[in-house]
Design a protein around this ligand. Structure first.
Ligand code: NDP
Ligand code: 2IT
Length: 444
């Protein structure tokens, strides 16, 4: 049996109850097969793949907190410190009722290769809790975040592990967590990114993931001789990534006609109104049903449906496995040119295969959404030199990083005979650097 197949067997056996991790690992291991085959003896001797699929450390803890009525609740929380071969663990914190170890292992695993692709010295990690921030008061969210950090602070540090936001964790939550970290340790350290601008945050970090998705998509289209301007775009999600992907797509001359949340989706034939979206989601923290009040010409639909809209570009920016085989078939039937992932693993393996087999340009999230974590690393750099760069400075660095990733991914795919397969390209380019570092550092 090949080394890749042996290691996949181990995962299927040991992590049988973690389907999302199996999915992420099998995508990566399948696509690095040519590199593994070419280096089989060296990798086997060092048990490289067995070490790669096992987190260096998983911390799990309880988070007790009191609601506004005085009732005590207990949530389960984790930090997965997956791989520190090329830098301190770096990756977001997710607060969503679906969070369990399998989700955070998939996200932490993806983060290893994504962070490697940025070209910056950051390892892979992820954390979070099954706490649901929806419907909670600010005071309840604060008490949860304080309790969460009261345990987590022991395991993080500017040269150790630097968490950030993800689903359910934005500026408000990072602020509460940072305050508690500082209170406990008495240290003003760069221990979280996505901080507010008045206390060490970086300009353009809020926009970075969404903007980066468009910089990446634009560069890949350019390599194919296709213009982004004038294209119709369908986007899912209505959170941090979706909002700024919509904004940048519009700035680049495309027309975005959809967005969605977990209850329904909006079709706006005149193009999504970003100011209205931000007001509804960031200020009121309300549902997308409100969008019609701002834009009477738009339609609101309950449930799923964004991928039924005819578009040139589809950008899934909500959550894992939201674009399935049936959606891929509809997109292809409607003549889609490109699917570019803003979320982490939003496309199922079957859907990805179908899109690629039908000539759709497919950009995997670990390359396309790397602008968020890259800009987090730029926030760490600014904190280290105790300076703040201008928006333009950060944005231009972000853009250059995304252009570099696009070229590296494209070149890696071509080098191994998979021209235009950016899944293979991203996984190989991300893996090679981590593998080299792991081999150089011995059996640790
Ligand atoms: P937010 O919490 O800001 O927004 C998430 C959006 O997705 C919301 O509109 C939410 O709807 C929707 N959503 C979440 N879960 C589900 C679900 N189970 N079913 C349907 N809709 C859902 O998160 P982000 O925008 O930060 O993250 C979106 C994706 O991008 C995630 O996959 C994340 O891992 C990834 N990502 C984020 C980065 C960042 O910097 N923030 C960087 C790179 C990737 P509702 O509000 O109704 O729940
Ligand atoms: O998935 C991701 O890359 C993030 N949620 C951002 C991580 C970070 O450290 O900025």
């Amino acid at each position: 049996m090949s080394y890749v197949d042996e290691v996949m067997e181990i995962i299927r056996k040991k992590d049988a109850n973690e389907p999302e991790f199996i999915q992420a690992a099998s995508e990566v291991l399948e696509s690095i097969r040519p590199v593994v085959d070419a280096n089989e003896e060296v990798y086997r001797k060092a048990a490289l793949l067995e070490r790669l699929i096992e987190p260096e450390r998983v911390i799990t803890f309880r988070v007790p907190w009191t609601d506004d009525a005085g009732n005590v609740h207990v949530n389960r929380a984790f930090r997965v410190q997956f791989n520190s071969a090329i830098g301190p663990y770096k990756g977001g914190l997710r607060l969503h009722p679906s969070v369990y170890i399998g989700i955070l292992k998939f996200l932490g695993f993806e983060q290893i290769f994504k962070n490697s692709l940025t070209g910056l010295p950051i390892g892979g990690g992820k954390g979070g809790s099954d706490f649901d921030p929806k419907g909670k008061s600010d005071a309840e969210v604060m008490r949860f975040c304080q309790s969460f950090m009261t345990e987590l602070y022991k395991y993080i540090g500017p040269d150790e592990d630097v968490p950030a936001g993800d689903i359910g964790v934005g500026g408000r939550e990072i602020g509460f967590m940072y305050g508690q970290y500082k209170r406990i340790t008495g240290q003003y350290q760069s221990v979280l990114t996505g901080k507010g601008l008045t206390y060490g945050g970086s300009l353009a970090r809020t926009e970075a993931t969404g903007y980066g998705v468009l910089y990446f998509a634009q560069e890949i289209l350019k390599l194919r001789g296709i213009e982004l301007a004038g294209k119709t775009v369908a986007i899912s999600g209505a959170g941090n990534v979706a909002t700024y992907a919509i904004q940048k797509a519009q700035q680049l001359g495309a027309k975005v006609v959809t967005c969605s949340d977990s209850t329904g989706w909006v079709y706006d034939p005149d193009g999504i109104d970003v100011a209205a979206l931000k007001e509804i989601k960031e200020v009121k923290r309300a549902r997308l049903t409100e969008y019609k009040n701002y834009r009477p010409n738009s339609e609101y639909h309950e449930g799923k449906g964004v991928w039924t809209v005819k578009c040139d570009l589809a950008l899934p920016c909500a959550t894992q496995n939201e674009l399935q085989l049936e959606d891929a078939k509809t997109l292809v039937a409607n003549g889609v040119t490109m699917v570019c992932e803003g979320a982490n693993m939003p496309t199922t393996l079957e859907a990805t295969k179908y899109l690629q087999e039908n000539g759709v340009i497919f950009c995997p999230g670990k390359a396309a959404n790397a602008g968020g974590v890259a800009t987090s690393a730029l926030e760490m750099s600014q904190n280290a030199e105790r300076l703040s760069w201008t928006f333009e400075e950060v944005d231009s660095k972000l853009k250059q990083i995304m252009i570099n990733i696009a070229h590296n991914v494209s070149d890696a795919a071509a080098k191994y005979g998979f021209e235009g397969d950016y899944v293979v390209g991203a996984n190989i380019a991300g893996f090679e650097k981590v593998a080299d570092a792991m081999l150089a550092q011995g059996i640790v």
